[in-house]
Write a protein that binds this ligand. Structure first.
Ligand code: URA
Length: 240
């Protein structure tokens, strides 16, 4: 792959901007400045390159986990708050990465992003039932009746079929662990409201078999590798 195409594919701007970055001598491969956009490099197995002293690895498709803080909208064109893309390198938006299902602006925790359309579709399709584990701090003490309602199904406003949690458990008097399979608009808040309580804080802990890493600080992101993707798909123990 030539150098211009390499930078372009990784989100470093238009082809013209990529040629400019290269001509300015800002790109190095194996420690050597590369200033010819037509220079050719094999991208396999994993080509590393530096732009402005920052090290990147070529990725055909990008998969990322973000520990989303409150106060950020998942849209690239937010209405009232900053976009989550403020927390990420500009190359991510440039190469077309998008959130894999949205979290409300006040929800925290695990958010996946990718530019792999098939992956985004597979994990957001209503037909693909991916369990998502949420921790909800609720206003009123949880009782068994509420938990039973959540497990057996509650009717959400405007819907004809009840929505049931895969699991609903009390972690504390006012801390609910809820596992849902669908990703309907404000699903957890609406389900909890329909069970007679109210969500005051919401955090996503897990998607499929992939849990938010404890080492990932709020606002920080990390690449997902093959074993993370296998865990997401519910294939624990599978190695790359
Ligand atoms: N359910 C909600 O109500 N909000 C979220 O952000 C995610 C799930």
């Amino acid at each position: 792959m030539d150098l211009e195409t390499l930078l372009f594919s990784q989100g470093f701007g238009s082809r013209r901007q990529c040629r400019g970055i290269i001509a300015e001598g800002r790109v190095r491969i194996a420690g050597v400045v590369r200033d010819d956009p037509r220079d050719d490099f094999p991208v396999m197995p994993e080509l590393e390159f530096e732009v402005d002293d920052h090290l990147w690895t070529y990725r055909e498709k990008a998969y990322v986990a973000l520990n989303k803080p409150a106060g950020y909208e998942c849209s690239r064109d937010p209405q009232h708050h900053l976009s989550i893309f403020h927390l990420l390198p500009p190359q991510f938006a440039e190469r077309g990465m998008q959130a894999v299902g949205r979290l409300d602006q006040d929800t925290t925790g695990l958010l996946l992003l990718s530019d792999d359309g098939a992956f985004v579709h597979a994990f957001t399709s209503p037909r693909r039932k991916v369990p998502k584990v949420y921790l909800a701090t609720v206003r009123h003490p949880l009782d068994d009746e509420q938990l039973t309602k959540l497990r057996e199904g509650v009717l959400l406003h405007g819907e004809t079929k009840p929505s049931a949690a895969l699991a609903a458990a009390r972690r504390d008097e006012r801390l609910l662990e809820l596992t849902v399979l669908e990703g309907k608009y404000r699903q957890v808040k609406r389900m909890v409201a329909a069970s007679g309580n109210r969500v005051e804080k919401l955090h996503r802990e897990r998607v499929g078999g992939y849990a938010l890493p404890e080492s990932l600080a709020q606002g920080a992101w990390r690449w997902l590798d093959e074993s993370d993707l296998a865990a997401l798909r519910g294939e624990p123990g599978k190695t790359p």
